[in-house]
Design a protein around this ligand. Sequence first.
Ligand code: PLP
Length: 460
Amino acid sequence: MKYISLEEALDFDRQRVIENHRQFCNSHFPDYLALLNFDKTYPRAEGMCVWDSEGTKYMDFLGGYGSLNLGHNPPAVIAAVKKIWDLQTTNMMQSGLSALQAGLAETLANITPGKLRHTFFASAGCEAVEGALKTARIASGKPVIISTQAAFHGKTFGALSASGREKYKAPFEPLLPGFEQIPFGDADALENRLKKNDVGAFICECIQGEGGINLPPAGYLTRVRELCDKYKVLWIADEVQTGFGRTGKMFACMHENVAPDIMTLGKSIGGGVVPFAAFISTPEVWSKAYGSMERVAYHTTTFGGMATQCAASLAAIQTYIESDIPQQAADNGAYVLAKLKTLEAKHQMIKEIRGRGLLIGIEFKTPGGLMNKVAKLAEIAQENLGAMVSGIMLNEHHIITAYTLHNPTVMRLEPPLIVTREQLDAAVKALDDALSKHRSFTSLSVKSAQTMLSSRFSSK
Ligand SMILES: Cc1ncc(COP(=O)(O)O)c(C=O)c1O
């Protein structure tokens, strides 16, 4: 049987990587990336920066969709994982107890707000969401789960059922029964729905990430807490993307000093080095869900809580606290948001710039007037505006960004929280230059079409 060795794979040139992805992975993914020249390989990475196979340096303002709060290859986290290998301890031993899980669970209970105390370890954000939904359903004894329009909770069946964009849901129907959506940020809509008394849980992000970096009105989370208490409904706060300092507090619900009954964690919980996730609940919820010998194995997973995952997480959280990463995100976020806001008036393409901490969205205007009458053009704009500006940021300014999945007219800035003011200034200048050069949807489209055509010919 023929195999590829690690050394051979490391030596693959870009063309071989593209070809193998076409043949053996998601066939159209390389072509999709190639449309705007995103089909690069990045053999080197350090902190805020990555280098492609030609040696060109890029600043990463995408930050692993929030997984890289400490940047690429953070030394303290890498050292923690290496320590586990050096110790030759058990990385996986499900039929025993783990000191590292014990230490990390205590840490999570300490750093999360309110009464959150019992942690279940998982490997991906969607898995944390699945566990939270199951826990809420069994603990509440009521069937209905309410979530918010445009929400993103992941793409497994439960998480997808709670998410809010038809494009990604419709092809997989029927989804799970008992899920309903209400507008995000609308506490009255929540109360109206809770009055029926059949709702077990309400799940929301504290700031919607993939929905387009949507901030709720001030006081929303406080009302969510009050309403969930009033109607005896469990509140699940999905902090997979907003957690670990991203929005300027350790967790985004802390901006309103409120705590959910269940919180989901992912992405930067693993320090950007290991795939890791968790959900944490109050003792009351936990004991209702799993509080007997018979129930201990109601929810399990093979990989959650491996020694390498826990070690990475312990080291990452120590760094978040000791370097006061949430405060850095708050200060630098306020700094860059103020600078970005000055671009709103200058560039007619910008509809709004919004965000909190270093979770920032730039929403572009879809073309108006005559252009919009051409249905296809309006649709292209709706689906591609964020990506087209990201393409220009990448190809002309060497800055990596991306659109938000459930609102593609928004380009996000979500850099590692270790980003410097100089790097933030450079990103603002790049965006200013890009929008000065490409002042309209037409100019952006022409440039993007040129990139698409040239990438088609150069990668074949
Ligand atoms: C708020 C939120 N929840 C859940 C998820 C799903 O996480 P994963 O992609 O690790 O399954 C994401 C991913 O972007 C997210 O942003």
